[in-house]
Design a protein around this ligand. Structure first.
Ligand SMILES: *Cc1c(COP(=O)(O)O)cnc(C)c1O
Length: 389
């Protein structure tokens, strides 16, 4: 089922066993990456065999960490549509513009991909109670997979989280605790409780497997573009698992012999109230400094400091990519435009990718014949007070 072999630190290279529960690197505390025997997978696995498989992310189970199919928690996650954005493309003069619509995932966001794999693997390794600090979509996704497996979920959310996010977690059976302050305060509380009660924490990149779920977006793009990756990917960036995961997927795909060396230029979009990654990218820094006083309506982008900062910056640089900053007003206006022109009720984070594209077009950083993918990372339904209506 899985060709998983071991874990490897993304910064110092230390190797750890993958058959026991792991968090971050024991030496430098940075994220651990799952490694697979890709040479063996390449010999045994033909990409044409995918045609007969179920249209979910489990179609790539060889490069996912779960070895017991009975521990694979399934809600129909992944294999989201790659939609040609015909009307937006005509308006912008871009005939090859696409939207990868992640709002169709279970619980309405691409967080389902990461939490599906993290919870399945934690369950397989014997975990019974999990905890997450979340400003929204991650908590709902975790609560859903935990409920389906019959485990116990604890969620720490900022007290000002929009009501739909909280109700969703409670309906899915999670123990929800509201914390005064930001997501960073929730993180501290979650960490404390985890130690106190022996719960397993599934915070972004604090365990190796959410990344593995998110990387399937890269496999899907390759497959949906018939193994010719697009020229530009515009991605709304918070903790960065999607960006880092896709970049990892492209390397794995080349090792599998399924794609060549062409890579998309990766663009990280953040809001002007919290933009540590574009700031570090333009300063040519290897790590990002924490953003003071982080604020934006796009909760998924409100991550002042990310443990995977250097991995995002590496992907941006190696791909000749870019970092773009948009205002809340611009991303909300773009959210409305994406929704009304393409029939996708986008989330504010998805809108941010369109706002960024308009900036890149004006700067002539993208050209008309390029194949460009915008990521709509979730549904607009959970942010009832954000829209300028
Ligand atoms: C979490 C989230 C993001 C940011 O994703 P990362 O991969 O962690 O950078 C973007 N959009 C939405 C809707 C999110 O929930």
């Amino acid at each position: 089922m899985s060709y998983l072999t071991h874990l490897e630190c993304s910064l110092c290279g230390q190797c750890c066993p993958a058959n026991t529960l792991q968090t971050t690197c024991p030496t430098c505390n940075r994220p651990l990456l799952a490694r697979y025997d890709l040479a063996a997978a390449r010999a045994a696995w033909d990409r044409d065999s995918l045609a007969e498989r179920e249209p979910t992310l489990w179609r790539y189970h060889e490069v996912l960490p779960i070895s017991d199919d009975n521990r694979a928690i399934k809600l129909g996650e992944g294999y989201s549509p790659l939609l040609p954005a015909r009307r937006l493309g005509e308006a912008l003069g871009l005939p090859h513009l696409y939207i990868k619509d992640e709002s169709l995932n279970p619980t309405g966001s691409f967080k389902a991909r990461g939490l599906c794999i993290a919870i399945s693997r934690a369950w397989e390794l014997g975990v019974k109670e999990v905890v997450i600090p979340s400003a929204g979509n991650a908590a709902g996704a975790m609560a859903a997979y935990v409920a389906r497996a019959g485990l116990r979920a604890h969620v720490f959310m900022p007290a000002d989280v929009p009501l739909p996010f909280r109700l969703e977690c409670q309906a899915l059976g999670a123990d929800v605790r509201l914390v005064a302050g930001l997501i960073t305060n929730c993180g501290q509380e979650a960490q404390k409780s985890a130690q106190q009660h022996g719960w397993f924490a599934v915070s972004t990149l604090q365990e190796p497997y959410r990344l593995e779920g998110k990387k399937t977006m890269g496999y899907e793009l390759a497959e949906q573009f018939d193994w010719h990756l697009p020229d530009v990917i515009i991605y709304p960036t918070g903790g960065g698992t999607g960006l880092i995961g896709m970049w990892k997927a492209f390397s794995e795909l080349e090792e599998l012999g399924w794609i060549g060396s062409h890579r998309p230029r990766m663009v990280a979009v953040q809001a002007d109230g919290c933009a540590p990654i574009p700031r570090a990218f333009h300063a040519e820094a290897n790590f990002a400094t924490p953003w003071e006083g982080a604020h934006t309506i796009a909760a998924g982008l409100r991550v002042p400091s990310a443990i995977g900062d250097f991995l995002m910056l590496r992907a941006l640089r190696e791909s000749n990519g870019n970092g773009v900053v948009v205002s809340d007003r611009a991303l909300l206006t773009a959210q409305m435009r994406m929704s009304s022109m393409e029939g996708i009720f986008a989330c504010p984070e998805g809108g941010a990718t369109l706002a960024a594209l308009e900036i890149l077009l004006a700067e002539r950083w993208v050209s008309p014949q390029e194949r460009i993918v915008l990521f709509n990372t979730g549904t607009g339904l959970k942010y009832p007070d954000a829209l300028p209506i």
